[in-house]
Design a protein around this ligand. Structure first.
Ligand SMILES: [Mn+2]
Length: 361
């Protein structure tokens, strides 16, 4: 297990790498070229510059989150072939720079969705909050405004302005795309990129939909164990794998996260772990919470134990944190609570390791 930490680059992150370097046990940075428009090829020189910046701080760069997938690919438009070709070129450039794992998602129009980016919790901290009833009464374009307004001036990952400016057109195009069509479009994309990923030694890791159900009537397919099973079978290659996000999948209590880690880990298809806890007030209403085992609906101990038991050697990162101690930063991505999360998860790992008798990865 490589304890990792997501970082948005010098231009869009409030946290300097030297502070991340001081979190005990964190060795690996998860990052991306956030300024390249979705669909364009990432130049090798730019990837190398990012890697050099990270390594100069005493950290490694082997995991990318995310290389986003152009909407034309998700929609299955004829123009998708050009973007798939660019994606292949990006994977080759990333591999040349030493990147081993590439995270991506396949959510139509929106990336992760929340109705409140700073819900005040009883202890005075704030956290990301989702309330299904609020989404039902909301126009998509109002949600876009809310997300932008609540971002404290940061560019939120997956919420690119240039793409969301065409939101009405996108919704019209998706009228033709149901879940089966979306599966077919994912298969076409994977058939286009997985042979390249496999050849250049990159493991692709699809991130679950967050939340793992339909939002605004748009189809969502990366939502459940059965669907994940179908996705890893769309192209049968070890390069076609998963980023298992406990918080995203865990919002649906039917998803047994430790069981999924064991299952897909045993298949050799689990390439990246996102670990966080959530509190579910009622179905469709949840907010994020501290990583501690008893802080929410998910047992962080059972999650880390599952990773340990499968001998997981890939990257694991604490996922969204609360805002605590007066910190101002990108919602979900402050330093303090994620640092607490990293150390807590690492503490669980160490204890499991030392009491399990055998040396694991
Ligand atoms: Mn995640």
């Amino acid at each position: 297990m490589q304890m990792s930490f997501r970082w948005y680059g010098e231009k869009n992150d409030s946290i300097p790498l030297r502070h991340i370097r001081q979190i005990p046990g964190v060795t690996n940075i998860v990052s991306a070229l956030y300024l390249i428009p979705v669909g364009e090829t990432w130049p090798y020189e730019d990837i190398l510059a990012l890697k050099n910046t990270i390594e100069a701080a005493g950290l490694t760069f082997k995991t990318v989150e995310s290389v986003n997938v152009h909407e034309d690919i998700k929609l299955g438009l004829p123009t998708r072939d050009r973007y798939i070709e660019n994606y292949r070129a990006t994977l080759k450039n990333l591999a040349r720079a030493g990147v081993e794992v590439v995270c991506y998602n396949f959510m139509p129009v929106f990336d992760w969705v929340r109705t409140d980016l700073a819900k005040v919790l009883p202890d005075g901290s704030t956290a990301l909050f989702y309330e299904e009833d609020k989404i039902r009464g909301l126009k998509p374009e109002i949600l876009v405004e809310q997300m932008e307004h609540g971002a404290n001036g940061f560019k939120l990952p997956g919420w690119e302005k240039e793409r969301l400016a065409h939101i009405k057109k996108l919704f019209a195009l998706y009228k033709e795309v149901d879940e089966e069509k979306l599966f077919a479009n994912l298969k076409y994309f994977l058939e286009g990129i997985i042979p390249t990923a496999e050849a250049c030694g990159v493991k692709m890791a699809i991130h679950p939909d967050d939340p793992p159900w339909q939002v605004f009537g748009l189809p969502r397919i990366v939502t459940s164990r059965a669907n994940l099973q179908r996705i890893v079978g769309l192209v049968d290659s070890p390069a076609n794998g998963l980023a298992l996000c406990s918080g995203a999948l865990g919002a649906d209590l039917d998803n047994d996260i430790p069981a999924m880690i064991r299952h897909f880990g045993a298949m050799g298809r689990l390439h990246f772990g996102h670990v966080r806890n959530i509190i579910i007030d009622r179905p469709g209403v949840f907010h994020e919470t501290a990583h501690k085992d008893d802080a929410g609906a998910l047992s962080m101990f059972e999650v880390m134990k599952a990773y340990h038991d499968i001998g997981f050697t890939g990257p694991i990162r604490p996922d969204h944190g609360r805002m605590i101690w007066g910190e101002e930063g990108m919602p979900g991505y402050g330093l303090y609570d994620r640092a607490l999360g990293a150390v807590y998860l690492h503490g669980l790992w160490d204890a499991i390791e030392k009491t399990s008798g055998g040396k694991q990865a």
